[in-house]
Design a protein around this ligand. Structure first.
Ligand code: 3NM
Length: 220
């Protein structure tokens, strides 16, 4: 399998969480999500109530260890220093974060994901060395305050029409009922916070999401 295919595979079900998401113990929720079949995890300690400094690092260490034991790659959101300290598998940056080109230089060949909202941003991210593009919000979400306009699925389709072949993951308001739409539009996978972190049964929610995505991937 080549590297691009490997990234596409990892994006299948990309779970994002910090201690501020959901009610449950983050370590337990991550364990449940792993048992349910997530393919990639992002530690995103951001927003109201997010941990800082040592507390953030210690939680990151524990979540990284859980991922490592399970063989699930561990990505850090927007904190290159922490990603290097934890020897994370990758970093995800948004347009308001450290520039993608600078991030790429600092992280070497770790996985680099970049959030993009326009074709111009996508082309720049690819030139800067992005391994995948995060695209959202696809549907309305309450998990992030500073979101852009809801793009629906048309932006994924537009990226593909304009021949962007870099792996794409959709984000924002994705649940098992609408996950297949993201794949149909040309996404390689879905990333979710609340569909798993906010579920009563995180493992069961993960299983359902995974089934929805895999079914659509097979039909593509
Ligand atoms: N980024 P949920 S939307 C972290 O549009 C994040 O770039 C977004 O949470 C973007 O799965 C979002 O609960 C929140 O909707 C996604």
């Amino acid at each position: 399998m080549d590297y691009k295919q490997k990234i596409e595979d990892l994006l299948t079900l990309y779970f994002i969480m910090g201690s501020q998401n959901g009610q449950g113990n983050p370590e337990y929720v991550l364990q449940q999500a792993i048992e349910g079949g997530i393919t990639l995890f992002q530690f995103r300690e951001k927003g109201e109530g997010a941990l800082q400094g040592d507390e953030k690092r210690r939680l990151g260490e524990r979540l990284k260890q859980i991922c490592k034991d399970a063989g699930v790659p561990f990505i850090v959101n927007d904190d290159i220093e922490l990603a290097m300290q934890l020897d994370a598998d990758g970093v995800h940056v948004g347009q308001e974060d450290e520039k993608a080109a600078v991030t790429r230089k600092q992280i070497g060949n770790k996985i680099l994901g970049v959030s993009t909202h326009t074709l111009e941003e996508a082309h720049q991210a690819i030139a800067d060395g992005a391994d995948y593009l995060g695209l959202g919000p696809i549907f309305p979400t309450e998990s992030k305050d500073d979101i852009r306009k809801v793009h629906g699925l048309d932006l994924i389709q537009a990226f593909r029409r304009h021949d962007i072949q870099t792996p794409i993951v959709g984000i924002g308001g994705i649940m098992s009922a609408n996950a297949s739409d993201v794949i149909q539009a040309g996404g390689d996978g879905v990333s979710v916070i609340s569909a798993i972190a906010g579920a009563e049964d995180a493992k069961q929610a993960t299983v359902q999401l995974k089934q929805a995505v895999r079914k659509e991937q097979l039909e593509d």
